[in-house]
Design a binder for this molecule. Structure first.
Ligand code: Z5A
Length: 212
């Protein structure tokens, strides 16, 4: 089968880190051994520097919303052009922790940038490049925030208030509804159940791809 780009999306604490491992293990069971794992923002030396700028700014100089969007797209295009596309071209599969859907949800609606403008920017920067499959792990923001609250210092995004995450989730759900390549999974269930539904979704999708 041709190499594919699979992305895991969701709010903080949705379980993306575990999900990425689950997807990679299902792929290995199906004979895919060359798998590249990515995370966004980040994943190349330049993109990791941009991640740090995005998350923390420099001292009191914090990115404005438009600067934030452009930082995220600079990081993304660097990752796509220097890591993801070359990997796919050599026949590797790519499994990503977040991609463009995050910007559409977090910046496009959470932060209040114009959602239509965000879709246009995606088209300008990425052209027709899209993930082949996106697994969106859906959960109410409070559940995700509770799961991660034991972690230490919170970055700019993590310090946002509940209505921000509620808007962000609503945009995820809206976009998932419109796009057949996005599969929405209930991430409120216990980890074993979420893992089982991820496995089932990936296997079903692989069989569809193989025309079975
Ligand atoms: N961001 C953006 O605004 N725009 C963009 O375009 C992009 C990103 C690409 C990236 O931060 C931040 O950037 C993110 C969005 C923004 N900020 N927020 N919010 P990050 O990479 O540092 O954080 P993250 O992507 O949100 O990852 P995370 O917080 O680690 O979430 P996660 O990977 O989904 O969670 P996890 O580590 O897999 O699980 C968290 C905990 O929950 C852990 O203890 C698990 O054992 C537990 N867990 C997981 N699943 C379950 C279930 N089912 N039940 C119980 N407990 C569970």
């Amino acid at each position: 089968m041709k190499s594919q780009f699979v992305v895991i999306e969701g709010l903080e604490g949705a379980g993306k880190t575990t999900a990425r491992e689950t997807v990679a293990s299902v792929l290995r069971e199906h004979g895919v051994n060359d798998i590249v794992l990515t995370r966004e923002p980040g994943g190349t030396p330049i993109a990791e520097k941009l991640r740090d700028l995005f998350k923390h700014g420099v001292g009191n100089d914090l990115p404005t919303i438009r600067a934030e969007v452009l930082i995220l797209y600079a990081a993304r295009v660097q990752l796509v052009e220097t890591v993801i596309k070359p990997a796919l071209e050599r026949g590797a599969w790519v499994v990503g922790d977040r991609h463009d859907l995050s910007s559409q949800a977090y910046q496009g609606v959470g932060r209040g940038a114009d959602p239509k403008l965000m879709l246009s920017l995606r088209d300008v920067v990425l052209g027709r490049f899209r993930p082949n499959l996106t697994l969106y792990l859906d959960l109410p923001p409070l559940i995700g925030l509770k799961r991660v609250q034991a972690r230490g210092e919170r970055d700019r995004i993590e310090q946002e208030l509940l209505p921000f995450f509620t808007r962000t989730r609503a945009r995820y759900l809206e976009l998932a509804e419109q796009d057949k390549s996005i599969v929405t999974l209930d991430a409120t269930k216990p980890l074993e159940q979420v893992t089982a539904s991820i496995r089932a979704s990936v296997i079903r999708w692989l069989l569809q791809q193989e025309g079975r």
